[in-house]
Design a protein around this ligand. Structure first.
Ligand SMILES: N[C@@H](CC(=O)c1ccccc1NC=O)C(=O)O
Ligand SMILES: [Zn+2]
Ligand SMILES: [Zn+2]
Length: 207
């Protein structure tokens, strides 16, 4: 049996977050010395920190929230494809890859090399690609990038087109060591009832 591989960014102080967003912080707010029996921690973070999923509510006031997401999307068979050096992820880039019948598609670009620094620009998903992905059966798209849209986009066309085509989004994966092929994926969101997104612990196991 193959081992599970962690493809999540460690959550730690000073980690890269979206410019202007809440920095990640963890502290022991009630230390052992005070409580007499336990350390109790306190977290403060953006829901879009590190490896995370977006709920449609993130980009649509009428969209569903994290608690309403189908957990079956985030566990199961996944296909990893490698698109090194691309400036966008469009029909042209996807056509050479066989993605027929793939429910969970994970794209390794290697574009975000130093995860300690937020990137200046990223390859983005072309809205038309969402239709092609949906036609092939994709329901979850995971990437080693902090967004599926250009970083300065206000309209977020890829987020909207993916969502319109029933494709959910998993961002900020660490895929440096992951070869193309068929895997099992688990990347479950936390049950944040009002959530617009959630950090996940994402793991892969080669099939
Ligand atoms: N769409 C990005 C996040 C994003 O756009 C964002 C995250 C935190 C603070 C501001 C953001 N966008 C602001 O224009 C994502 O899905 O992670
Ligand atoms: Zn996000
Ligand atoms: Zn996003």
């Amino acid at each position: 049996m193959n081992k599970w591989i962690d493809i999540s960014q460690p959550l730690s102080k000073g980690m890269a977050v979206w410019p202007g967003d809440t920095p990640f912080s963890y502290e022991v707010s009630w230390p052992y010395e005070e409580s007499g029996s336990v350390n109790v921690g306190k977290l403060e973070m953006s829901t879009h920190t590190g490896t995370h999923i977006d709920a449609p509510f993130h980009f649509d006031n009428e969209g569903i929230k994290v608690i309403d997401l189908d957990i079956n999307l985030y566990i199961g068979e996944a296909e990893v494809i490698y698109l090194p050096g691309v400036s966008k992820i469009g029909i042209e880039e996807l056509t050479p890859k066989s993605i027929k019948g793939v429910t969970r598609l994970i794209i390794r670009t290697d574009h975000w090399k130093d995860k300690r620094v937020f990137p200046e620009s990223i390859p983005y998903v072309e809205p038309e690609a969402a239709v092609l992905l949906a036609e092939n059966g994709v329901r979850l798209l995971g990437l080693d990038l902090p967004s599926v849209d250009q970083l300065d986009s206000k309209e977020l066309p890829a987020h909207h087109m993916l969502s319109k085509n029933s494709i959910h989004i998993l961002e900020g994966l660490v895929l440096d060591e992951i070869e193309e092929g068929r895997y099992e994926l688990a990347a479950l969101p936390l049950p944040i009832t009002e959530g617009d997104g959630s950090p996940v612990r994402a793991v892969l196991r080669k099939k």
